[in-house]
Design a protein around this ligand. Structure first.
Ligand code: PLP
Length: 444
């Protein structure tokens, strides 16, 4: 019999009791897609006779997939703490719980509780950031890319922004300094060469059209060998003597001293602020370890001008962002670095990691594994090329196959020296049983 003729009518099929309680709109869509797929399979000769029960199962599977959110949590066992593809920084559950009340209730987002009238959305975090950093003022936008754009558009549209050739960076996900500048209306004035830029290059570039001198952090690459870059303090000095603005796009940025020599590798925000910059900006969710945001710190009158730019409205942050960010800032002020998961993971001593690896090893049979010392990176456009120590659990077996099997269970590891490894730098205590369960399924 012609298999096309065996395909049941949708209306009749959906009256099957297997579909009781299902949402009709979604169910119809699932049924249409399943039948479409069935028709193609018949066309390819893969199906010669229609199995009604199998079709019902297929429709139900598609229906349930519709109801499952696509964005799902997973276990990061790559060892890369600030992993952009895996969501960059984590928020501490306790801290999230505190911020939750602001999202689930009405709040004083733009309401001055004392005066009983309209207030300023930016006031909440600005106050906390001012107190944390001792800077004149602060502004929070959607992300650091928006911060760069806003600053250039406000102060350098139609005029020149001077940047070293060695710092014309491209960050993953299509953020390129020259393109962002162009879009903002600023005219890029490159100085120096790829490997060397001198202070006099900045001095010589300054002219009638110059609006600001900008330094950009080399987030994801290093220039080795015969190379020289100008420290921000010197760029700032040139800007001040010429009556220009200076701006440092820090990209990622951190506060407290970090172990593993990370603090010598890149300056902390405090060390940059000690140079008294006009403006700096950085990401909220890289090393700062909070929610996605662009944080701008600087002089009061400059922040006031940024707030007057209409474009700020397009980069406006949500109350949930502000609530989470303010609580991260408070944790910093109280010195509670363990409330900032990115810092907690980066600072965790090697003994802890080894102990966790041993424990997981004990839970993992039937898969054989070995605890090994290794190295990993911070990631996310921070500290390029800088290795930090870690401990991994290297599993025995086909590395490619294991990687695939664990990934299918939303556990992402990495392959190192032909072994599939789970890196303890980014695996948390509460995730061990999840990994062990997956191990049982895979090895059993
Ligand atoms: C990461 C980065 C940006 C972009 O920041 P987002 O918060 O991802 O928008 C801009 N500049 C530099 C130097 C960076 O490292």
């Amino acid at each position: 019999m012609n298999p096309y003729r065996q395909i049941p009518q949708i209306d009749k099929l959906l009256q099957d009791e297997a579909f009781a309680g299902c949402n009709t709109v979604l169910l119809t869509q699932a049924a249409r897609e399943a039948i479409e797929a069935l028709r193609s399979a018949i066309g390819r000769g893969e199906v010669t006779s229609v199995d009604r029960e199998a079709l019902i199962r297929e429709i139900l599977e598609r229906y349930h997939a519709f109801l499952t959110p696509s964005l799902q949590p997973l276990v990061n066992a790559t060892g890369i703490t600030v992993h952009t593809n895996l969501g960059r920084s984590l928020i501490d559950p306790e801290l999230f719980e505190e911020a939750k009340s602001v999202a689930c209730n009405y709040c004083n987002l733009e309401y001055d509780l004392e005066a009983g009238r309209r207030g300023d959305r930016y006031h909440h975090t600005a106050e906390a950031l001012r107190q944390l950093f001792g800077c004149e003022d602060a502004l929070v936008v959607n992300n650091n890319a928006a911060a760069v754009y806003l600053i250039l558009n406000t102060f350098a549209a139609g005029r020149e922004a001077v940047v070293s050739r060695g710092e014309l960076v491209e960050i993953g996900g299509s953020f390129r300094i020259p393109e962002v500048m162009k879009a903002s209306g600023a005219i890029l004035r490159e100085v120096g060469t790829t490997n060397k830029t001198h202070c006099r290059d900045y001095e010589e570039a300054v002219g009638e059209e110059t609006a600001l001198l900008m330094k950009v952090h080399k987030s994801n690459y290093r220039i080795e060998g015969f190379s020289e870059e100008v420290p921000f303090a010197d760029i700032r000095a040139v800007a001040r003597t010429r009556g220009l603005l200076d701006y440092y796009d820090l990209g990622s940025a951190y506060l407290p001293d970090l172990p593993w020599g990370l603090s010598d590798y890149e300056p902390s925000i405090f060390r940059v602020l000690a140079d008294d910059p006009s403006l700096i900006s950085f990401s909220g969710d890289k090393l700062f370890g909070s929610v996605q945001a662009g944080i701008i710190l600087g002089k009061k009158e400059l922040i006031a001008r940024l707030k007057k730019n209409q474009i700020l409205r397009m980069f406006r942050v949500d109350k949930l962002t502000l609530a989470l960010l303010e609580r991260t800032v408070l944790a910093y002020r109280k010195g509670e670095y363990d409330k900032i998961p990115t810092l907690r993971m980066l600072r965790e001593p090697i003994e802890n990691l080894r102990e966790r690896a041993e424990r997981l090893n004990g839970m993992l049979p039937p898969i054989e594994a070995e605890v090994r010392e290794s190295e990993t990176y911070v990631g996310g456009g921070t500290m390029p090329g800088k290795k930090i120590p870690t401990v991994v659990l290297a599993l025995e077996g086909d590395a490619v196959e294991l990687e695939r099997q664990f990934r299918a269970r939303r556990i992402i590891g990495r392959i190192e020296r032909d072994s599939f490894v789970l890196d303890m730098r980014t695996v948390r205590e509460e995730e061990l049983s999840l990994i062990a369960e997956a191990g049982k399924e895979i090895g059993g």
